[in-house]
Design a protein around this ligand. Structure first.
Ligand code: ADE
Length: 238
């Protein structure tokens, strides 16, 4: 999967996107993340990316011409990248997917969006190209959303200073569902909100020692009786 992220703060992504599981996924070329600074697409002496809102009010609004220029520029770069990759890696796609999308699925992260859920995450993981647009200030000119965005997504009913942290949350959650990103040990099969656990919160876990500061591991887990363990775990889903 290719993910392009448009932001005014690309440095924020260094660290979360370049460590641990996402680092390995990038090294193994299962997932390719490209961050782009929206300001690089700004024109004029001051490279202004925002302006005051029509109708008045506090805050600034990101300008349609700059943001759309950035979206279109990034899509063009991505199409070129995918064409070149296609030539080099014919039929070697990790996901065995020969039909490379011509356009990314375009998401704007905003508190006004539809709440991100595990079901949505699993659907997003099926795309081979995502474009994530991170807003700042009061928001983005609505015409960008109406004309160039496929869906608006929120990570919860609270307001953050920008779409960067939500974009990282979305990338992390989606990446776990791309085949090959998680090792067998970390598999996303039986976990909270998974289909396997009927979309419920999962059962509690314990490891050695059997007793810790007077607190014992439930006997059933030490019994070796798999059927009973399964039944006990089923009672602990919530
Ligand atoms: N930008 C600011 N707050 C946000 C939220 N809760 N979800 C997605 N994007 C946001």
């Amino acid at each position: 999967m290719r993910i392009d992220i448009l932001t005014l703060f690309p440095e924020m992504f260094v660290g979360p996107m370049t460590e641990s599981i996402l680092k390995r996924a990038a090294e193994e070329r299962i997932i390719e993340i490209h961050t782009h600074n929206i300001r690089d697409f700004a024109t004029g002496k001051h490279r202004q990316v925002d302006d005051t809102p029509y109708g008045g009010g506090a805050g600034m609004v990101m300008k349609a011409d700059i943001v759309v220029g950035a979206i279109e520029g990034v899509i063009e770069q991505g199409q070129k990248g995918k064409r070149e990759k296609g030539h080099n890696e014919t039929n070697q796609s990790i996901r065995g997917n020969d039909s490379i999308s011509q356009l990314p699925h375009r998401i704007y992260l905003s508190p006004r969006g539809k709440r991100l859920t595990q079901i949505k995450v699993e659907k997003l993981a099926k795309h081979d190209w995502l474009l994530l647009l991170c807003g700042h200030y009061e928001g983005i000119d609505q015409r960008v959303i109406d004309g160039w965005i496929d869906e608006e997504i929120s990570i919860g009913d609270y307001v953050l200073t920008g779409g960067e942290l939500p974009a990282m949350v979305l990338v992390d959650a989606v990446a776990r569902h791309i085949p090959g990103v998680l090792g067998k040990e970390e598999s996303a099969g039986e976990e909270s909100f998974s289909k396997a656990l009927k979309r419920k919160r999962e059962y509690p876990h314990y490891t050695r020692p059997e007793e810790f500061r007077g607190m014992r591991v439930p006997d059933v887990l030490l019994s070796g009786h798999h059927k009973k363990i399964g039944e006990w775990r089923a009672t602990k889903l919530s």
